[in-house]
Design a protein around this ligand. Structure first.
Ligand code: PEP
Ligand code: MG
Length: 580
């Protein structure tokens, strides 16, 4: 058994056999074959070795001719390794004695060798591990015919372990077959993490290199509550985690009784709890969990996972489903937040070296007016069907807001000319997720009907920490006093101006932050539907005066660490059973 640490990004526990996707997206296959198949597997192994040997020999000769024997020797060494009788007998023994598949035996044996090299102190020798991975890849290529694995075709429930999953790959995962996942890279605020939460798939990211220790078919536990992955767990650990899985199930059942109760503090202050969605089909879960509205519809996910640009009708059909299902509850349609880690296949702009600081979000929409107009037309048409609000993401300057609003007005005029119905009084708002917007908020507030604080980006832009970088996860904290001051200023200004303010970043999924946020004056939040019941329970356990005192004390502290410790103590006093 081996316990590995990562970053918990989507709660819950999953136990199961793994499918390992290497960093080129290839699947390391299942583990066992029947006794009858053993001879066939050994034959496949021999054929793969023979075929890879021929390829390596050709490369050796080609390179020797062009660059000289010295360079050809690199391939000669590969060939020698591949034809080493000890290696062959080790792989063959795994197939013969343990009934392992040829792929599994190759992968397990070669990864075992690679690990020995990697663990050596000598840098030259430890880098030889790459040569062994190369050999593994070539052999698996022959054995598997190198079909790139599609994770959306799984037919049995598995745990996915991968070097990385992009937001669009994650969006395509089917929660019936993907019990949980863990990745080597990725940070706490990445959109991969957000999609995992939306799909309610337990997930851990930023594990660092760990795929070398594991092969397809091994059993693992993904602990999305504590950010751990347990490889080949022993019986007592398995038993403990099975109880955890049961606990999650019974808690979900317990929370379902909260659905129709208001998110009201003990002194009777009503808190609005909306849901964040990425896909139209999620609305059913939003209603099940008692969402008061869709507070954030991330429409850019219509672009992810497709190679074609969505048409006005594609947008309209998606919005219609959401609006009709939620009616009479409002739906906040956020205009496209493409770019950074949420770029689909479309070549909308040049490659950038700093995509989070680049042509992202409203900047991208304002540079691709045809694309923006298509979306605005669809959103306005859909506004005739229910209560729709339109929200612009990542507004940094007044000019951007004004340009976006101008385009909206233009689109309204076009619809009027075409005699197409829409809500003339559709409310227009903006996200506050760039510190510049907080600094200019008094002016911005005069030009919007509502605002929503996007803490996921506000944290990264305030602290200069890439939200998807696991190496900086420790700095990426909502509880950093600088972030808290930005939130406080935003709430003070919006409340004074009587402009409705919501918070739709992931900060509000963490129970210990709720009393603080309520104490700072927040009355409306939007979160992944799975988090609504727990957060509602927190709101129903505090009174506003208490929250005010907690906020006052928290705002005096010097560091994120101090704030987190203080808030954990406070919530434990009121809700001792809750994981803070
Ligand atoms: C945010 O930045 O907090 C937010 C809600 O938007 P996204 O996570 O989609 O960037
Ligand atoms: Mg954002």
């Amino acid at each position: 058994m081996q316990i590995l640490e990562g970053i918990a990004v989507s709660p819950g526990v999953a136990i199961g056999e793994v499918v390992v996707i290497d960093n080129e997206g290839f699947r390391i296959p299942a583990r066992f074959v029947t006794q009858d198949a053993v001879a066939g597997e050994i034959l496949r192994l021999d054929q793969a070795i023979a075929s890879v040997s021929v390829e390596i020999a050709k490369n050796r000769d080609k390179i020797s001719d062009r660059l000289g024997e010295h360079y050809g020797a690199i391939f000669a060494a590969h060939l020698q390794m591949l034809q080493d009788p000890t290696l062959h007998s080790a792989v063959e023994a795994m197939i013969r004695e343990k009934n392992h598949s040829a792929e599994y035996a190759v992968s397990k044996t070669l990864r075992g060798y690679a690990k020995v090299f990697q663990d050596l102190d000598d840098q030259y020798l430890s880098e030889r591990a790459h040569d062994i991975f190369d050999l593994e890849k070539s052999l698996l290529g022959k054995l598997l015919r190198r079909r790139r694995e599609s994770l959306n075709n799984l037919s049995t429930p598995l745990i996915v372990l991968a070097h990385n999953l992009t937001p669009s790959e994650t969006a395509k995962l089917d929660p019936r077959f993907v019990l949980g996942f863990a990745t080597e890279i990725g940070g706490p605020g990445s959109h991969t993490a957000i999609v995992a939460k939306g799909l309610e798939i337990p997930a851990v990211v930023g594990m660092g290199q760990f795929l070398t220790d594991i092969s397809g078919g091994d059993v693992v536990i993904v602990d999305g509550d504590h950010g751990q992955v347990i490889l080949n767990p022993d019986e007592p650990t398995l038993a403990r985690y099975r109880t955890e899985v049961e606990h999650h199930r019974s808690q979900a059942a317990e929370w379902s009784v909260l659905r129709d109760l208001p998110a009201m503090t003990t002194d009777g202050t009503e808190i609005q709890l909306g849901a964040n969605i990425e896909f139209p089909h999620e609305v059913a879960t939003c209603l099940e969990r008692g969402a008061d509205l869709i507070g954030l519809y991330r429409t850019e996910f219509l672009y992810l996972g497709t190679d074609d640009e969505p048409t006005e009708e594609d947008h309209y059909v998606a919005y219609t489903h959401v609006i009709k299902t939620m009616n009479p509850r409002p739906v906040v349609i956020r205009t496209l937040d493409l770019g950074a880690d949420k770029m689909g296949q479309l070549p909308l702009h040049e490659e950038e070296s700093n995509p989070f600081l680049g042509v992202r979000s409203i900047r991208l929409s304002l540079r691709n007016l045809d694309l923006f107009r298509i979306q605005l037309r669809a959103a306005l048409r859909a506004s005739a069907l229910g209560k729709v609000r339109i929200m612009f993401p990542m507004i940094t300057t007044l000019d951007e807001l004004r340009q976006a609003k101008m385009l909206l007005i233009d689109t309204m005029e076009d619809l009027n000319e075409d005699q197409i119905e829409f809500d003339e009084n559709v409310e227009v708002g903006m996200m506050v997720e760039v510190p510049a917007a907080v600094m200019m908020l008094d002016k911005l507030l005069r030009e919007v009907d509502f605002i929503s604080i996007g803490t996921n980006d506000l944290i990264q832009y305030c602290l200069a920490v890439d939200r998807s970088n696991s190496a900086l996860a420790n700095l990426y904290r909502a509880s950093d006093p600088a972030v808290l001051r930005l939130i406080q200023t935003t709430l003070n200004l919006a409340n004074a101006a009587k402009v409705p303010v919501n918070l739709c970043g992931d900060m509000s999924t963490t129970p210990r932050y709720i009393p603080l946020l309520l104490g700072l004056g927040l009355r409306s939040m939007s979160l992944p539907p799975s988090a609504i019941p727990e957060i509602k329970q927190v709101c129903r356990s505090f009174n506003i005066k208490q929250c005010g005192e907690i906020a006052k004390r928290a705002m005096l502290l010097d560091s994120a660490r101090e704030v987190d410790t203080f808030l954990t103590q406070e919530i434990r006093q009121v809700m001792p059973d809750l994981a803070p």
